[in-house]
Write a protein that binds this ligand. Structure first.
Ligand code: ACO
Length: 325
């Protein structure tokens, strides 16, 4: 008996033009290229121009993904945008992107799980597609974290950047085996007891301000590797797939040390890990599709490859998605 799977038809990404190097940051605050590279692996980040909002970045990534998939925008009936930095409090930024694509059928909504947002959005889209309610989805991660950073706080402002990435997913019938193409399993978790370790100190209901990102970096680091590997083991348990079977680990690009430690614990070889954090820093929900598109564009990821996404972020939230390209 066949099963419905969500197959990736294509992906696209977009980074704002302006690049801010570690050296430029070091000219403004008490930091250094050496400190940032050694602690995080980040060398530069892209920062959105004035007036360039999350919807603009998301729209460009969505257009690139549609072009890469070779499908018309009008064939999309579901848009999920993962973001923690929407253009407005409401309406949802995804609806702006929907309008930008010239679509006025189907449904678009935002989803907020901070750095885990893209994994949460992939899992959500997969459930819609497998239920039969929708046929073709755009899953977008887009962020303008530069707007919620305290640029005087060297412990946080050096870590983040702006960007967007997107994939087109389509419901297709597959034989129902682990050799199927598409999303094979996804696992999502959250635990609000960790709120104070990574949060924004403002918001509509609490302060009526946007606020700034605050983080206990050491505490985040301490929990990250365990949480990430837990949800990956969940994916292995659900499918019988092992670390040896994985062709590419495409992790949330927060910090090279977290990525290295997670891959090492899972016994996934460094050459199977897609790393782009050096080029754009932590772009929250955009980082996985940004890394994915890089590895697809340069031919590393090929049809039939087994790919693992993982992310952990504010909340805490964390999750994994296992799929065959
Ligand atoms: N430049 C220079 N020095 C700095 C900087 C900076 N940008 N930031 C902090 N320091 C100093 C500190 O003040 C401290 O100085 P002191 O010893 O005189 O007090 C020293 O460097 C060491 O600071 P620590 O906080 O102990 O540095 P640590 O080695 O823990 O590295 C970091 C900090 C990079 C934030 C690390 O804790 C980390 O990677 N945490 C994970 C955070 C993360 O990735 N968050 C992203 C969001 S969550 C996610 O996406 C998974």
């Amino acid at each position: 008996m066949t099963v419905t799977r969500s197959i990736v038809l294509g992906c696209g990404s977009y980074l704002p033009e302006r690049i801010v190097t570690n050296a430029e940051l070091a000219s403004r605050i008490d930091t250094s290229d050496e400190w940032i590279v050694q602690r995080t692996g980040i060398r530069q980040r892209h920062i959105a121009a004035e007036g360039e909002n999350t919807s603009h970045l998301g729209l460009k990534a969505a257009q690139a993904a549609l072009a890469n998939a070779g499908v018309d925008a009008q064939s999309i009936d579901l848009i999920i945008l993962a973001t923690s930095t929407p253009d407005n409090t409401f309406p949802a930024t995804s609806v702006d992107i929907q309008r930008g694509l010239g679509i006025n059928h189907g449904v678009a909504f935002d989803l907020q799980a901070v750095c885990s947002g893209f994994v949460f959005a992939m899992a959500t889209a997969d459930n819609f597609l497998r239920s039969g309610s929708h046929k073709r989805a755009l899953v977008i991660g887009a962020e303008t974290f530069s707007r919620i950073l305290d640029w005087e706080d060297r412990t946080t402002c050096v870590l983040f950047g702006d960007g967007a990435g997107a994939v087109v997913l389509e419901a297709q019938q597959q034989p129902g085996a682990t050799s199927d193409r598409g999303i094979l399993t996804s696992h999502l978790r959250s635990d609000g007891r960790h709120k104070a370790k990574l949060y924004v100190d403002g918001g509509v209901s609490s302060t009526q301000t946007v606020g700034h990102l605050r983080m206990e970096g050491k505490e985040v680091f301490k929990h990250a590797v365990g949480m990430i590997t837990d949800v990956i083991y969940d994916a292995f348990k659900a499918t019988g797939i092992t670390a040896d079977d994985i062709d590419w680990l495409v992790p949330h690009q927060a910090n090279k040390r977290i990525i290295d430690a997670s891959a090492q614990k899972l016994r996934i070889a460094p050459q199977k890990v897609v790393l782009t954090v050096d080029k754009h820093g932590n772009t929250s929900a955009a980082s996985i599709p940004l890394a994915l598109c890089d590895a697809v564009a340069d031919g590393r990821i090929k049809k039939g490859n087994l790919i693992l996404f993982e992310a952990m972020g504010g909340g805490f939230t964390w999750g994994s998605v296992l799929l065959r390209w």
